[in-house]
Write a protein that binds this ligand. Structure first.
Ligand code: NAD
Length: 481
């Protein structure tokens, strides 16, 4: 059986423990019990990381893309070999069922493999020049040292997207994964080192999040910041980035609408939607949240959705057959209790769930609400938990207006068999990602990112590499001889 590992910082190729440093416990969300002690980086540790990254930059940037690709591709292979063990660690720190954790680890391996290949395709171009004997050249170059900040909900895939794209582009990366789910990212960094990443190219730090990001981003060494987390924190980091004009990629919150039209089978759509909703207990930035269902099929949809939710097996993610684990931290339990209480008090109909489960760990009954009034907080605030809000609409225009009502614009979903309508939705719904008759909208080779206050920039796909490259234009004329 896999044991939860001892935790370290990884700075300049050295593994540094909690001795002589501030630290914090890491909790298992299925039990609420501490499972390890996480060291915090001191300011001197962070400065050392910055120095090591600055020293590694010219070495890594000048390593041929072909050789960088070998490091990343080997990393992908070793992650696949160790997927069961890494998934168990992920489940112990984050809570999601182990098979779901394994899918995440394998998807993270795919990201390393995709970026290994994509790094070889950091093509520039030649533009026909106006003068004879002259070349107009566009060159793509690594942006420099990057600082990455990842949250707790996807401990493998989110750090992997940031580390893999940064390294593929030739940029050393200092990453601060979440303090609540540190071990998965540390395992990936360990594999990168084993597979040939030089010391200083990948470094992992922890601490008080605001203090670490402020310290790192104040340094002239950092040229690019990638953050995944809440819109509120993203806005703070964008302000800090402005002081040094650092490039940013911001993957922020969402409040995904799901438009269900009356030209599809409402029961089948509901069953698919429950799978999408309960993935990682709803703690997903692209989680389907505001179900906007045609009034003719609303009752059927709610009934089928509720039935499928009630059939879900909930428990410790390490136990076989469990389909939904606990929430990742006690803050989510408190948030669910408050947001659902507010909606019900304002008149929402509660079909199932609505309360905490048991008194050990951070379990919460998956919850279905319908006819949720617009003044319920949850109709505006991202719930980030296992709750579905199922309201009704009459006309397509009304549904699109509701889909676009919020400042968020990350994922949107629609279920329809009408091709012309599908095209109208593609044109009119404001989101960076759209699932038409599917909830599967994220793989290594496709871009992932939001619009409006859900952030900017993409991770994944060609765009994910581009985020770590600068564009240099070179005019090369004949020498005056
Ligand atoms: P939070 O907003 O304080 O933190 C979100 C993440 O950002 C955490 O991982 C945290 O460590 C990190 N963070 C916080 N302040 C930071 C700073 N100044 N610099 C760098 N990193 C910082 O609160 P939370 O309770 O962890 O999450 C609350 C909300 O955040 C959720 O309800 C959800 O809306 C959002 N969230 C979004 C994602 C996502 O995938 N987009 C992931 C996690 C949380």
């Amino acid at each position: 059986m896999t044991e939860y590992p001892k935790l370290h910082l990884l700075i300049a190729g050295e593994w540094l423990g909690p001795e002589g440093r501030a630290s914090e416990p890491v909790l298992n969300p299925a039990t609420g019990a501490p499972i390890a002690t996480l060291p915090h980086a001191s300011k001197a540790d962070l400065d050392r990381a910055l120095e090591a990254a600055a020293a590694a930059l010219p070495v890594w940037a000048n390593t041929p893309a072909y050789d960088r690709a070998r490091v990343l591709r080997r990393t992908a292979d070793v992650m696949r070999e160790r997927a069961d063990a890494i998934a168990a660690i992920l489940t112990m720190e984050e809570g999601k069922p182990q098979p779901e954790a394994k899918v995440e680890v394998l998807a993270a391996a795919d990201v390393f493999e995709f970026m290994a290949e994509e790094g070889k395709r950091a093509y520039g171009r030649i533009i026909p020049a106006r003068a004879a004997g002259t070349r107009h050249i566009v060159l793509k170059q690594p942006v420099g040292v990057t600082a990455a900040f990842a949250p707790w909900n996807f401990p493998a895939i989110t750090p992997a997207r940031k580390m893999a794209a940064s390294l593929a582009a030739g940029c050393p990366c200092i990453i601060k994964p979440s303090e609540e789910t540190p071990a998965t990212a540390l395992e990936m960094a360990r594999i990168l080192l084993e597979c040939g990443a030089p010391a200083g190219v990948i470094q992992v730090v922890f601490g008080v999040p605001g203090e670490v990001s402020t310290h790192l981003m104040a340094s002239e060494v950092i040229r690019k910041v990638s953050f995944t987390g809440s819109t509120a924190v993203g806005k703070q980091l964008m302000k800090l980035a402005a002081d040094r004009a650092q490039r940013t990629t911001m993957e922020l919150g969402g409040h995904a609408p799901v438009l269900v039209f009356d030209d599809v089978d409402a029961e089948k759509a509901a069953v698919a939607a429950v799978g999408g909703k309960l993935r990682n207990a709803g703690q997903v930035c692209i989680s389907p949240t505001r179900f906007i269902v045609h009034e003719r099929v609303h009752a059927k949809f709610v009934e089928s959705f509720t039935k499928a939710v009630e059939a879900t097996k909930i428990g410790n993610g390490l136990e076989a057959g469990v389909q939904m684990g606990p929430l990742a931290n006690p803050r989510r339990v408190d948030a669910m209790t408050a947001l659902i209480g507010d909606a019900v008090a304002k008149g929402a109909k509660l079909h199932t769930g609505g309360e905490r489960m048991g008194n050990e760990g951070f379990f919460f009954h998956p919850t279905v609400l319908s006819d949720v009034p617009m003044d319920a907080r949850m109709m505006t605030e991202e719930p980030f938990g296992p709750v579905a809000l199922i309201n009704r609409f009459g006309s397509e225009d009304e549904a699109i207006r509701e889909a676009n009502r919020l400042p968020y614009g990350l994922a949107s979903y629609a279920f329809t068999s009408d091709g012309a309508r599908a095209v109208r939705l593609q044109d009119q719904v404001e989101s960076g990602l759209m699932g038409l008759n599917t909830f599967a909208i994220s793989v290594a080779e496709t871009p992932f990112g939001g619009v409006k206050e859900s952030g900017h920039g993409s991770e994944g796909g060609t765009e994910g590499l581009e985020a770590y490259l600068t564009t240099k234009f070179i005019a090369h004329a004949p020498a005056p001889v």
